[in-house]
Design a protein around this ligand. Structure first.
Ligand SMILES: Cc1cc2nc3c(=O)[nH]c(=O)nc-3n(C[C@H](O)[C@H](O)[C@H](O)COP(=O)(O)OP(=O)(O)OC[C@H]3O[C@@H](n4cnc5c(N)ncnc54)[C@H](O)[C@@H]3O)c2cc1C
Length: 349
């Protein structure tokens, strides 16, 4: 098939990374063609989709939160208008402390400049069904309905002739002086947004992947409030109608998409540490997160082949970090704007 588009950019993969990049390029008037092999299970399809501003035992603000958080909200709202779909839901997150140390850490952090703006409430208001004896706080947060986001985006792309089901094998692309040829069609540039794959892409096989398998459960739990996400070493996120998604696990050896008994037990333990209400498991999924050493995404052009580029390693913060980083890459591809060293794939060679 020959595309009639003018110098489209070929995006390989329509997971979170490829979809974000496609939207950023489209927003700037750039033609794209997105090709995805439609794997039944991917990191994006399994993800919790949650944006958690303050994380970990040390209660740290996530990387560049003040920039990325409003940026992500504005971006997803824009995609909602393009697709006429509701995709991004702002939901407060009830963080429950594990032990008195976390309470002390919080008392210390709250004095840091810029921290208090991410605290909506101290304590655990409306603690029905929650194991809140160690205290906690409420922060703003959000949830991207990832499957709806991927589907609505695919529909938009298909309707504008910018989507194709298929696999782009690196050996099947031809690098020409004026562009890239794949399946007889010409593209100005190609961006690999493949997530984690067992066989490393030969053009970017130096990227230091540290993939982490994760599992999630879908549960029903009547009686648990649905107006916020609960967080303590894991999450319980309301999906509506008494349904919740809960996770997640981290496993670095067994890198496959198979749900395991051990994963299920770990998540059940997390749930039982947050609520004493009875629950029932209705679904169980697993996938491998594309994590790169240093836990930062990498993006940019190939060091030797200017027309090949890369966007990967969104890790466990893709929903929050992805919009800003994909915009950075779009600016680089279209206008040649610089990429910061810490996320530049060339600097990691
Ligand atoms: C259990 C779990 C929970 C998570 N929870 C959260 C969360 O709460 N918040 C958050 O922000 N992140 C979360 N994540 C992480 C999030 O899923 C990832 O950051 C993000 O979805 C990765 O997207 P990606 O597009 O890079 O990769 P993928 O989702 O793997 O997408 C890659 C796509 O490319 C396609 N593809 C690959 N190679 C080719 C090829 N050669 N040709 C054509 N198509 C190809 C694949 O079929 C796939 O569709 C979670 C992940 C897991 C596993």
């Amino acid at each position: 098939m020959k595309y009639s588009k003018q110098n489209p950019i070929l995006i390989v993969g329509q997971g979170l990374a490829g979809t974000l990049l496609a939207w950023q390029l489209i927003r700037q008037g750039q033609e794209v063609m997105v090709v995805d092999r439609e794997d039944a299970v991917t990191s994006s399809k399994v993800a919790g989709g949650i944006v958690t501003p303050i994380t970990g035992k040390r209660l740290v603000k996530t990387w560049r939160l003040d920039e990325f958080y409003p940026f992500a909200k504005e971006f997803y709202r824009w995609v909602e208008t393009q697709t006429s779909s509701e995709l991004y839901f702002e939901k407060p997150i009830q963080r429950l402390f594990k032990d008195p140390d976390e309470q002390s850490e919080f008392d210390h952090r709250i004095k840091e400049p810029g921290f208090a703006r991410y605290v909506l409430n101290r304590g655990v208001p409306d603690n029905h069904g929650l194991l809140a004896d160690k205290g906690g706080f409420v922060m703003p947060g959000a949830y991207l309905d990832m499957n709806r986001f991927l589907k609505a985006s695919r529909k938009f792309l298909s309707e504008t002739d910018a989507y194709q089901n298929g696999e782009v094998k690196p050996e099947a692309i031809e690098i020409l002086t004026g562009g890239i040829r794949w399946q007889g069609s010409l593209f100005s540039q190609l961006v690999f947004c493949e997530g984690w794959t067992k066989n490393p892409n030969p053009f970017f096989d130096w990227v230091p992947f540290k993939p982490a398998k994760g599992e999630v459960l879908e549960i029903t739990c009547s009686g648990l409030s649905e107006d916020r996400i609960i967080n303590r070493g894991g999450f319980i996120a309301p999906l509506g109608d008494g349904k919740f998604r809960s996770g997640s696990t981290y496993e670095w050896q067994q890198l496959d998409n198979q749900p395991t008994e051990s994963g299920r037990n770990q998540i059940c333990e997390k749930i039982c540490s947050m609520t004493d209400l009875p629950f029932e498991i209705t679904d169980h999924q697993a996938a491998v997160r594309p994590v790169i050493g240093g836990s930062k995404a990498l993006l940019g052009r190939h060091p030797g082949e200017e027309r090949l580029a890369y966007f990967n390693g969104l890790g466990s913060k893709g929903v929050l970090n992805g919009p800003f980083l994909s915009a950075t890459l779009a600016d680089h591809l279209i206008k040649g704007s610089p990429i910061e060293e810490c996320v530049d794939v060339r600097k990691n060679l």
